[in-house]
Design a binder for this molecule. Structure first.
Ligand code: 13P
Ligand code: SF4
Length: 349
């Protein structure tokens, strides 16, 4: 077993050896021990765009979760290879929509609404779901462009099926002025549409999925902050529930949270509702402000955290030895359709 110091030396040595032939993107939710070695850090949108622009890189070691590595593979050239330091770094939200469930839901909805629906999927989804969406004229979205993409989608069709995060879908549609009573929920387990009013009123069909990290920020947490710190502003990610977003002062993507706090006046007070590693980093980087996690028990993304220094070092060592492990390779036919969905987003961003 190597010491952390030896692991850091190993990572630095391989990075130096491979130079621009190696690119390491790191999501903001990654641990400090990993993100310190990232060539670029970003939210899911920025990392997707950056991966597409790294023409020199033969190898991309993705410090993030599986769907992000798949996206990088889809957007890069055939001779560029993407690796994930730990194959167990998945996303519980992406796992909430599989392709069989999606095809069943689509059949049901097409029978009900005929050709009036366009599918949109959060990038937090499998390549197969992105391919399904691409094939059916739809696009991907991220938390930073969801509103623009939803607006675009309504220029195409009357109704939207939004996968797999009901909260991002609901919060974004609500901000665009669509009332909650025009949103239905599709339950993929029960295979039923949850909706009370007349069907023709439905504008948005939300897939019943959620992020297990952001769901941990609750109404009671906001109420507690309001009691304990009357001056404090509450800022949350739109993967939080509608009720929590409603009670907060601001909601926004990972990048907009980072920027809002960076630009806030010294002495200002913030409770942040997003992933623990990012909240800790924002606290360190803004010593002139009083910042806490909206949920005092913090909220780590356990799968993001599976990428740790030992896994990164192991991944780089295997690469340097010419026996790379954990290749992420999306099937060609899936990748072609998934790319259509991603490209429809990237040209509008
Ligand atoms: P963004 O990076 O788009 O803000 O998404 C947050 C997230 O949950 C990533 O898994
Ligand atoms: Fe998935 Fe949520 Fe973790 Fe992001 S934070 S990877 S959406 S489980």
């Amino acid at each position: 077993k190597m010491s952390p110091a030896d692991l850091r030396l190993l990572v630095s040595r391989v990075k130096k050896e491979l130079g621009s032939r190696l690119f390491i993107p790191g999501h903001h939710y990654q641990k400090d021990e990993v993100i310190q070695f990232a060539d670029a850090r970003g939210d899911s949108l920025k990392l997707a765009q950056l991966s597409a622009s790294q023409q020199d890189a033969e190898s991309i070691v993705f410090c993030g979760v599986h769907f992000m590595a798949e996206t990088a593979d889809i957007l890069t050239q055939a001779d560029q290879h993407v690796y994930l330091p730990d194959m167990r770094a998945g996303c519980s939200m992406a796992d909430m929509a599989n392709i069989q469930q999606t095809e069943k839901a689509w059949q049901y909805l097409m029978d009900m609404f005929e050709d009036t629906i366009l599918p949109l999927t959060y990038v937090n989804s499998t390549a197969a779901i992105k391919a399904f969406v691409g094939k059916n004229g739809g696009a991907t979205v991220t938390s930073s462009n969801a509103a623009d993409m939803l607006n675009w989608a309504f220029t195409q069709k009357e109704r939207i099926l939004f996968l797999p995060d009901q909260h991002l879908g609901r919060n974004t549609a609500y901000d665009l002025g669509i009332p909650l009573d025009q949103m239905a929920v599709w339950d993929p387990i029960m295979e039923e549409l949850l909706y009370k009013g007349p069907l023709h009123n439905i504008k948005v069909i939300l897939w019943k999925g959620h992020c297990s990290v952001h769901e941990n920020f609750r109404v009671t947490n906001v109420e507690q902050v309001r009691r304990d710190y009357p001056e404090m502003k509450v800022i949350v990610h739109p993967e939080c529930s509608r009720e929590v977003v409603e009670l907060s002062d601001i909601s926004g993507s990972t990048n907009s949270i980072i920027n809002a706090i960076k630009q806030a006046p010294p002495g200002s007070q913030w409770a942040i509702g997003t992933e623990m590693n990012l909240v800790k980093r924002i606290i360190q980087e803004n010593p002139d402000k009083h910042i806490i996690s909206l949920n005092p028990r913090m909220c780590p993304c356990l799968t993001m955290n599976r990428i740790d220094l030992p896994h990164l070092a192991w991944s780089l060592e295997s690469l340097a030895e010419g026996q790379p492990q954990n290749l992420i390779q999306v099937d060609r036919s899936v990748a072609t359709d998934a790319k259509k969905a991603l490209d429809r987003m990237l040209v509008r961003t």
